[in-house]
Ligand binder design. Structure first.
Ligand code: ZN
Length: 402
């Protein structure tokens, strides 16, 4: 029996409620005074919760592997992140609310500036405003509806970013990006990495010719760089695997898209952390699994903005009492991966985990931090084992074997 069959067989539905709070890129490395952002932050509420919880640390994928947020979240949602690969194009398309099926090939594009020889002068077309993007996508869609029997759907995202979906028979992924990754180089035609992807490569290259023709007169956005071309992997829903009725409270497209892919209901929520916690309260009676996603810990980590990261953690901490007044059966607080301000990028370091429930053992951890959590009773786990633990602690997993 494999892991997923096991969950299918053992999971049961009950009234117990689980809250999964993910601070993106939470994990950090010591900087000022030898402290991480989480250690520097004044977090009395998270510390109190840690004291009442089982703590530990988690490898997002496996030791030494630095993940993107996509695979890192798949792990937290209970899936083996090495089993399912989800391309950026798919995530972006789902994130703007597009419904994707098994005939769809999705990609994300950047409007860009090129010279007459195809040399890229600006990979973001001077970050054109979203209104301009909307206008350009409309113009492209009016001119490009179908290529060799394949339907083409073109949608704006924000600033210079757009999405295109190609819907038709025989489209397979395994295709290279056209982005040369640096200015001063020519864009690269799409190449198939396997034989099955040849048809798609041909259509995408025709698409690019048409795009360049339509955008010819544009001053800045006169081409599109295609990236993350991918199909939706056949991923089972959380409803099937875990019999959960899950909802995602997130305000960044990619996370919404990922949540939708695994079966979560995705709701509209305002931009602030307060909006997210208000939404949690508002929806509390309607679902049994709540994924709350905080993005800015990661953004500030990427910027190397240590103190701003500290500030976001402190802000989240202030909403913990409000979360606990809901009286949830299980709460898990973690990060999807580390984004140390010191590195200004994602990293491989394990993240702290706090698992609160009625049925936890106790440990000595009374502060929620990278260092203290290593002393916790959970020890070091894989992120994909967190969901089974949440399920077990909410009595949603029955016995394996007689
Ligand atoms: Zn992330």
């Amino acid at each position: 029996m494999d892991r997923e069959e096991l969950f299918r067989e053992l999971s049961i539905k009950n009234e117990n409620k689980i809250i999964l709070l993910v601070m993106d890129g939470l994990g950090d490395l010591p900087m000022y005074g030898g402290k991480t952002a989480l250690e520097m932050a004044n977090t009395p509420n998270l510390d109190k919760l840690a004291e009442m919880s089982e703590c530990g640390v988690a490898d997002p994928i496996s030791p030494g592997i630095t993940p993107g947020s996509g695979p890192a979240h798949l792990g937290i949602f209970g899936y083996d992140p090495l089993k399912y690969q989800i391309g950026r194009g798919v995530l972006e398309a789902l994130g703007i609310g597009m419904e994707l099926g098994d005939k769809d090939l999705a990609l994300r594009g950047n409007f860009a500036t090129m010279d007459k020889d195809g040399v890229i002068l600006d990979r973001r077309a001077g970050r054109i405003p979203t209104e301009k993007n909307i206008e350009l996508c409309k113009k492209l869609q009016e001119n490009i509806k179908e290529i060799d029997g394949v339907e083409v759907i073109i949608k704006p995202v924000k600033e210079h970013r757009m999405v295109a979906v190609f819907r038709g028979e025989g489209l397979e992924d395994g295709l290279t990006d056209t982005d040369p990754q640096q200015v001063g180089k020519k864009w690269i035609p799409v190449k198939p990495l396997r034989k099955e992807a040849e048809k798609a490569a041909s259509i995408l290259n025709k698409f690019l010719d048409m795009v360049n023709e339509v955008l010819k007169g544009e001053e800045k956005a006169n081409t599109i760089l295609l990236r993350g071309i991918a199909k939706v992997p056949p991923i089972p829903k959380m409803q099937e695997l875990f019999k959960l009725n899950p909802v995602a409270i997130a305000n960044y497209p990619m996370y919404k898209g990922l949540a939708k892919l695994v079966g979560m209901t995705v709701v509209e929520v305002g931009d602030t952390i307060e909006d997210e916690f208000n939404k949690l309260q508002e929806l509390y009676n309607d679902y049994d699994f709540f994924f709350v996603h905080i993005k800015k810990t990661d953004s500030y980590g990427e910027d190397g903005a240590f103190w701003k990261k500290v500030g976001i953690i402190e802000e989240v901490d202030r909403f913990i009492p409000k979360l606990m007044t809901l009286n949830p059966d299980v709460v898990l607080v973690t990060g999807d991966h580390s984004t140390p301000a010191l590195l200004k990028s994602h990293s491989w370091h394990p993240v702290p985990v706090l698992l609160y429930s009625k049925y936890g053992r106790r440990d000595e951890v009374n502060k929620f931090s990278e260092t203290m959590c290593t002393r916790g009773v959970l020890g070091k786990i894989r992120a994909m084992d967190e969901l089974p633990l949440m399920m077990a602690c909410s009595l949603k997993l029955t016995k394996y074997g007689a």
